[in-house]
Design a protein around this ligand. Structure first.
Ligand code: UTP
Length: 415
């Protein structure tokens, strides 16, 4: 690395930062050695600072369209067509057309473990790791189809190495290692309340994973779209790390999406109450979409369909099936930007590290649920909550290790 190449990169980095009023990120540059300079410049080159401009200019972000109800495929209908749909799904898996994508790049801050969430042990009499549950569930389908499903795992800079080591140490939970592919998601800068990026060290801008919405473009950056083509994958089932009951590559779900010629399917559960805190399937300006629980107005909550049922009655559980061809068409679309208030550790003026007790700034995320809106059609596919939805977000209480253990026990899973 020559000094002149560093100088050229410094000039380009400064230009990029100036565009977004973030020049202070290079404040300590002259104090750094060449390796540190290279590290900081590489980070500036890779980060997208454009979201920071919206902190004091939120009106510039696009608003919501007109929300109307969407028809769901309910359990009663699914049961009637079960055999037919299941077979279509199994045939697609056997033909190698289905891949699984585990979104495991999150920080899992609510669970409060130092390790990645997938390493959390929910066992009581023996170790049962969250990741293990996901592979056990996948193996049910692999056994039936007689075919390993290519399994893609998204991590982030913050948890990639430790996740890979954990998988190696556990012998990939008995899965065919040649069918597992890791890729890293992008990071986003973290800012104070004025939209200025925090520094984590003199050579590092504070950053965090940029949400679970960038997974397909991150697959592209990792060269994995070529792999999808090589393997002949036409459908990708994406899911969260923390639902220990979810069915992965569920043949009936895949069959329903394929049979209806949809671009996408979304597993949904019937809402427990109109104000339950889950994102709800709907149409937005005529296209499939998800309205977040905090966006639900009184009017939407009390609206009824032709059968007299609540019109917005089905919540998403972060298990989607996307048509790969359609994903490639929207790969460069910007999704809605979510500005989230969070606690951000940073380096103070005197060089000491500050770990705040309460939120002190913003992180920026794109979410997979907004990807559904980029699809032309989507089938909300109802599943039984008690059998398929046991998310682990917290240590205790709602959506916790405790509640997930109870649900696992009810489903006959030994812990
Ligand atoms: P959550 O919304 O639960 O976020 O992610 P989180 O970061 O894991 O947890 P908290 O909010 O800090 O407690 C839902 C799913 O999306 C993945 C998570 O790993 C989880 O599977 N995710 C989230 C990513 O892959 N990348 C991200 O940047 C954020």
């Amino acid at each position: 690395m020559s000094t002149s190449s560093l100088d050229a990169r410094y000039a380009a980095a400064m230009d990029k930062l100036k565009t977004f009023g973030q020049e202070h990120a290079l404040k300590f540059y002259d104090e750094l050695n060449d390796d540190q300079k290279d590290k900081l410049l590489s980070q500036i080159e890779s980060l997208d600072f454009s979201p920071t401009q919206y902190i004091n200019n939120r009106e510039a972000l696009p608003g919501r369209g007109v929300i109307t109800p969407i028809e769901s495929m309910e359990i009663s209908e699914i049961k009637k067509r079960e055999a037919e749909l299941h077979q279509i799904g199994i045939d697609a898996i056997k033909a190698g057309k289905v891949g699984a994508v585990l979104l495991a790049g999150g920080m899992g801050t609510r669970l409060g473990s130092d390790n990645p969430k997938c390493m959390y042990n929910i066992g009581l009499t023996k170790p049962v790791y969250i990741m293990q549950r996901l592979f056990e569930n996948t193996m049910d389908v692999v056994k039936e189809a007689g075919e390993y499903i290519p399994f893609f795992i998204m991590t982030s800079d913050k948890n990639n190495d430790v996740t890979i080591k954990f998988m190696e140490e556990n012998n990939y939970f008995g899965y065919d290692k040649s069918k597992i592919f890791f890729f890293k998601q992008d990071m986003a800068p973290a800012t104070d309340y004025d939209g200025k990026v925090y520094m984590e060290a003199k050579d590092t801008i504070a950053s965090s994973p940029n949400g679970n919405g960038g997974w397909f473009s991150s697959m592209g950056k990792a060269g994995l779209i070529d792999k999808l083509h090589e393997l002949g994958i036409e459908w990708l089932n994406c899911f969260a790390v923390d639902n220990v009951l979810q069915r992965i590559a569920d043949p009936t779900f895949i069959g329903a999406t394929i049979a209806g010629a949809y671009d996408c399917g979304a597993k949904v559960v019937r809402k427990a109450a109109p104000d339950e805190k889950v994102g709800c399937m709907c149409l937005e300006d005529g296209r499939p979409s998800i309205v977040e629980y905090y966006e639900m107005t009184e009017e939407l909550m009390s609206a009824k369909d032709a059968k007299g049922e609540p019109a917005y009655n089905f919540g998403v559980i972060l298990n989607y099936l996307f048509k790969e061809e359609q994903l490639e068409k929207i790969i460069n679309e910007k999704l809605m930007l979510h500005i989230v208030e969070k606690k951000i550790s940073y380096m103070a003026e005197d060089g000491s590290m500050v770990k705040p007790e309460s939120p002190n700034g913003y992180k920026f995320e794109e979410l997979i649920l907004d990807m559904v809106h980029e699809m032309r059609t989507c089938v909300p596919f109802e599943v039984e909550r008690e059998r398929e939805f046991a998310p682990i977000k917290n240590k205790t209480g709602v959506d916790s290790v405790e509640s997930a253990r109870e649900l696992c026990k009810k489903c006959g899973i030994e812990l």
